[in-house]
Every structure is written in C-alpha cells, then in structure tokens.
Design a protein around this ligand. Structure first.
Ligand SMILES: *Cc1c(COP(=O)(O)O)cnc(C)c1O
Length: 360
C-alpha cells in the first residue's frame, strides 16, 4: 500500500471549462494558458487533452514550450513573457513559437535577429497594471517598427488586467478605454482578457482571450460569484484517514497546541501536509470532506499530516477517503481560510503527490 495522498485530474472538466470560456466570448479565439505545469495539473497531459480544441496554448517561457513540443503537441504556442536572451530566438524559429514583446530590449533582439520563418508577435501595452508593456503613447511607434520588419509575420496587440476580479468594473473599463484609444489607428487584432476579464461584466472587443485559472475550474471572481456554477473543478486533492484517537476536554492538538478540545474530541489524522502543498496557514475550521461528510481542520497543519474533527462522525474509520479540495470542497474556500488564492494552491502541489488522470 502506498501513501494515499494523490491528486485526481479530470481532463473532461478542463475540456468543459475551455468550452465555457469560448462560449462567453464566441467571436474570439482562446489561448489556453497552461504555464506553470498547467497550474499544477500537468502541462503535457492538459495540452494533449485540449489539443483538438485549443486555438493555441500560452506558457510563460521557452522551457515550458519545448516540453510541449517534445511531447508532440503541434498547436500554436505563445510565450507570455517573451524571450529572456536573444539566443532563444533560434528555438522560437525552429519550433514556430509565438512571442510576446513587452520591452525595448526584447524588441531590439527581435529586429536584429536572422529568422528562417517570420514570427507571430504579441505586442504588449501597459494599460494600467504597470508591470510589463509599452506605454500607450509608445505603442503605435513600436507597432510600426514591427510591421516594417520582414521577420515579423503578424502582430496582435495585447494588454493585461490588474483588477478584473473585482465586482466594481470601473478600473477594468478604464484599462479597456486606455487600450482602445491607444490602438485605435493600428490595424491589428487584440487580446485583452484573462479569466477574470472573460467572466467579468466589463466587456472588451477582442480576437483572442487568454483563459487560465478558469480552465481548472476555480473562478477568480470569489466563492459566491455566479461563474462558479459554470465551471467544473478539475483537481481533486485526496488522501485518507490513517489514525484516529479520542481526547478529553482541555487537551491540545499538534504543534504549538493551537487547538484546545472544548468537548471530548475524536481526532482523525490525514496523510497530507504542507510538504504536499496543503497550505500551512489553514485556520481551525477550514473545511475538509471525509467520506461523504464535511469536517474541519483542528490544529496546525504539519509537514506530512493534518488533523480533522471526527467527533460528530463516529462511523468514520481508519482508511476512509478524504478530499482536501475539489468536487466537494472548493479550492477557493480552502484559499479563503488560508489567506491565499486558488492559484497558489494548485501551483503549490508538490512532486510527492502523484497526479492521476481520469477521462483522458
Ligand atoms: C497567466 C496569464 C493569463 C491567465 O490568467 P488567469 O487569471 O489565470 O486567467 C493571461 N494572460 C497573461 C499574460 C498571463 O500571464
């Protein structure tokens, strides 16, 4: 018997969520964002599962794109951060990758390169996030340089939203109008929305959308948002109860004795800890599903295990299955109890946790 901690990945759920993104923006192509090992879900498996459907894939960097190409994935792939040194352009050329251009250094490398195949470029403009991209007043001149360069096949204009997950859409609308007016005279298609932009009430006209977190079934709009119902959770983080004990009133559980038993307490120990990627900051009361019933964390999460309250679940026995997040407990809810977001939970699952795929 192996340690029971594992993550079940439902590839049908990811295909469903991709189709939902397309349905919300029916006139756009959708670049499925599978950077960071597909947010912890396994980039090659997710890439293969979506290869018949996906208009393109988006990854952070060359290394992530090469992993997909080596596994036989032939869809267009966009490097969202572009290149970090000019030598990477040889692989970009050879593997026919699309690249973001967001800095003058990247622009210069590209204009000076000798490429065999003209490259497709996503020109990034800073419309208010103030992290990457050309200023609105610089964008048209950069576009002209790219448009005149024989090594460039096509240019898409791109920007990124900083606050599209908020109920108040005013900042996103401000970004859209900043972008629209800066590119008004540029004859090129546009790419604006991340998942939050796709799910938000703020609408943008665009040839390409860039869904990420929503593919994995977690809405970035918060636990109560209607978009939760559109999406199917793709990852179910699972383990099992491997020890049970009874403690009298007043005893404390785990490191630091954070939880104090206020009644005779039946404690279940689960084989799942922060070294598996479960958040150490989960507070007492964080929901956990135990074989058909809701339970809660009691005591601090340890490296290899955590403790749950089984006092009201007397029939639960050693070996019973546990879900930490997934179908029964949303990752957003666990994130809310751990001062984080579903993105860090998914990307934080460690290599000690085997990924098992269903509905390949
Ligand atoms: C990661 C990323 C996305 C996807 O964002 P989500 O919030 O996960 O949908 C979209 N665009 C860019 C440029 C990104 O880096």
């Amino acid at each position: 018997m192996a340690r029971p901690a594992h993550a079940l990945i439902d590839l049908d759920a990811i295909r469903h969520n991709y189709a939902q993104a397309k349905a919300l923006s029916p006139n756009s192509k959708a670049i499925a964002i599978i950077k960071a090992n597909a947010y912890g879900h396994g980039a090659v498996m997710v890439g293969k599962a979506l290869s018949a459907q996906a208009d393109a894939f988006g990854v952070a960097c060359l290394e992530e794109a090469l992993e997909l190409r080596e596994s036989g994935i032939e869809n267009p792939i966009l490097l969202l951060e572009g290149i970090f040194e000019p030598e990477e352009l040889q692989d970009v050329d050879q593997h026919r990758l699309m690249i973001a251009v967001a800095t003058y250094r990247q622009l210069q490398w590209l204009l000076e390169a000798k490429l065999e195949h003209p490259v497709d470029v996503f020109l990034k403009m800073d419309s208010g996030m103030h992290r990457l991209g050309f200023a609105p007043e610089e964008t048209e001149a950069v576009y002209q340089q790219l448009a005149q360069c024989k090594q460039i096949n096509s240019v898409v204009l791109m920007t990124h939203f900083a606050r599209a997950d908020e109920a108040d859409t005013s900042f996103t609308e401000q970004q859209v109008s900043c972008f629209d007016s800066a590119v008004a005279h540029i004859p090129a298609p546009c790419a604006l929305s991340n998942s939050a932009g796709i799910l938000s009430d703020a609408k943008a006209n665009q040839a390409y959308i860039r869904p990420g977190i929503m593919l994995y079934g977690a809405t970035p709009m918060g636990t109560d948002h209607a978009s939760d119902a559109l999406l199917k959770p793709a990852m179910s983080l699972r383990s099992a109860i491997f020890s049970i004990r009874d403690l009298p009133v007043g005893e404390r559980i785990g490191y630091g004795g954070r939880f104090v038993c206020d009644r005779p307490t039946r404690v279940g120990v689960v084989a799942m800890g922060y070294a598996d990627g479960y958040p150490r900051h989960a507070v007492d009361g964080t929901p956990v599903w135990v074989n058909g019933h809701m339970s809660r964390i009691i005591g601090k999460v340890s490296m290899d295990m955590l403790t749950v309250d089984l006092t009201d679940l007397p029939h639960i026995k050693e070996g019973d299955p546990v879900e930490l997040w997934g179908e029964h407990v949303s990752a957003n809810l666990v994130a809310d109890h751990s001062a984080t977001i579903a993105y860090t939970l998914f990307t934080g699952v460690t290599r000690r946790v085997p990924l098992r795929y269903v509905n390949e």
